[in-house]
Design a protein around this ligand. Structure first.
Ligand code: Q5B
Ligand code: MG
Length: 306
């Protein structure tokens, strides 16, 4: 197609603090979604799209992928589940349109990932797209998905990460959303361990109660402390607080700078463990300080010279 948008090669390790869902069939949502500044948009072909609208949503998706310049905003598509009749055509359209990545919903096994990977590779060859370009991620929405998280995360080199999906997960556990997350925190922790062991990113679930700002903030505070890389969202008003909480604070940055600088000096002097601001530091602290500086740079809140 003349003037077709071509996106840069996707980056597995980019910032994914916020991944915002939108129905791929709703022009009002997808036409300018990049203006809100989330890191990734999630064009949905699965549960947001009624069963009798699947073909229409795919056409709308292809048009959006090939004509809208989403700029730096990553473009991920949630395909239909591998137990449906829709997912293979979904994959062809995602790849033909040049989506950055595909989210596999209700993923429960490494075999499902490999099945999608094979379909993606076939589509890349069919449409002349560089083989390996299209990334994958898995939504873990059931106890079995959580139990198999490590195998799922390591099933393909294309895997950028995984995300827990609270709606379906709570349904399968026969529980409701609770203010402290007691019904889902074990699963969050298990998924985090698996993702870190696999070396991929880990995203929290969306928060459905749009009018409950306090509950949303409480959940974001929790998942930041747990160590998540980001969160699935459903509305633009949820973006700013996640970005704010996932960026290192100036206090953390100043302390990390001190550690990184002193570490270099102490290493030259042959010292491995010492004290900064009353706290012992040694190699794991240096590594963490360097990570915080790098994260601050990516979040645009670093103004130093390291
Ligand atoms: C909830 C609502 C209808 C409210 O609409 P409202 O219009 O009342 O919202 P307002 O705040 O008034 O909008 C102000 C302005 O922002 C624009 N705007 C709003 N939302 C936007 C958006 N998402 N993207 C771009 N633009 C947006 C809007 O167009 C307006 O623009 P304008 O008119 O120009 O001022 C809307 O947000 C929405 O559709 N959300 C996504 C819902 C969805 O896709 N659910 C399925 C995925 S979850 C799932 O399946 C569960 C899961 O699988 C998840 C997992 O796997 O993790 C599991 O198991 O847990
Ligand atoms: Mg779901």
């Amino acid at each position: 197609m003349a003037g077709k948008i071509t996106r840069p090669r996707p980056n597995k390790d980019r910032l994914r603090r916020t991944m915002m869902f939108m129905n791929a069939q709703r022009p009002g949502l997808i036409k300018d979604a990049y203006i809100y500044g989330c890191d990734s948009i999630m064009l949905d072909l699965e549960d947001a799209v009624a069963v009798n609208q699947k073909d229409a949503a795919r056409f709308s998706l292809y048009h959006a992928l090939t004509t809208i310049d989403y700029g730096d905003t990553e473009v991920i598509v949630r395909i239909n589940g591998t137990d449906t009749e829709y997912w293979q055509e979904d994959v062809r359209v995602c790849v033909a349109g040049g989506a950055d990545g595909i989210r596999i919903p209700k993923c429960e096994s490494a075999e499902q990932v490999k099945e999608v990977e094979a379909a993606v590779e076939a589509a890349e060859k069919e449409f002349g797209v560089e083989v390996g370009r299209t990334l994958l991620m898995a939504a873990l929405e059931s106890p079995l998905g959580i139990m198999n998280a490590y195998e799922i995360c390591t099933a393909s080199d294309r895997m950028l990460g995984c995300a827990i999906s609270g709606g379906d997960f709570r349904t399968s556990m026969r529980v409701q959303i609770e203010p402290d997350g007691i019904e889902i925190n074990t699963a969050r922790s298990m998924m985090l361990l698996a993702a870190r062991a696999a070396g991929v990113q880990c995203l929290d679930t969306m928060y459905p109660n749009l009018d409950d700002e306090e509950g949303f903030r409480r959940e974001v505070d929790l998942i930041v402390r747990m160590g998540f890389d980001g969160k699935s969202l459903i509305n633009p008003k949820q973006i700013a607080y996640v970005h704010e909480r996932l960026a290192p604070t100036q206090k953390q940055i100043a302390h990390s700078e001190k550690i990184v600088r002193s570490c270099r000096e102490q290493a030259d002097a042959g010292v491995g463990v010492y004290v900064v601001d009353g706290k012992m530091v040694d190699p794991p602290f240096f590594k963490e300080a360097e990570r915080i500086i790098e994260l601050a740079k990516k979040c645009g809140v670093y103004h130093g010279d390291l």
